[in-house]
Unconditional design. Structure first.
Length: 108
């Protein structure tokens, strides 16, 4: 197996400013960006093979009192019964889904 030297590093001062700006403008992706990519559900039968509309994942900021968070944490740990408790995020999503389901039933 051949062994070669490590490539020489280029000092930041040796890189032209316009090249640096071009790289910055081009941007890139990070792991967090991958979570926000649109989810494309599989096409359902009976719809002519057309794909279902894209359901994008959206970020929402939620402000909650500390006492409410403490109560949520207490309930999460009680529900876990010795196992690892569900995350706050998962617990809140479950609560939202339960509320949506109750409201859907009311509208029927």
């Amino acid at each position: 197996m051949a062994i070669s030297r490590a490539p020489k590093r280029v000092a930041a001062a040796d890189i032209p400013e316009d090249r640096v700006q071009e790289i910055i403008r081009r941007g890139g992706t990070v792991a967090a960006d991958l979570d926000s990519l649109p989810v494309v559900p599989a096409s359902s039968p009976g719809h002519g093979g057309e794909p279902a509309p894209i359901d994008e994942l959206k970020n929402v900021q939620l402000r909650v009192y500390e006492s409410t968070l403490q109560e949520i944490d207490r309930l999460r740990h009680a529900q876990a019964r010795g196992r690892r408790p569900a995350s706050r995020h998962a617990w809140l999503l479950d609560a939202v889904e339960e509320k949506l389901e109750r409201e859907r039933r009311k509208q029927r």
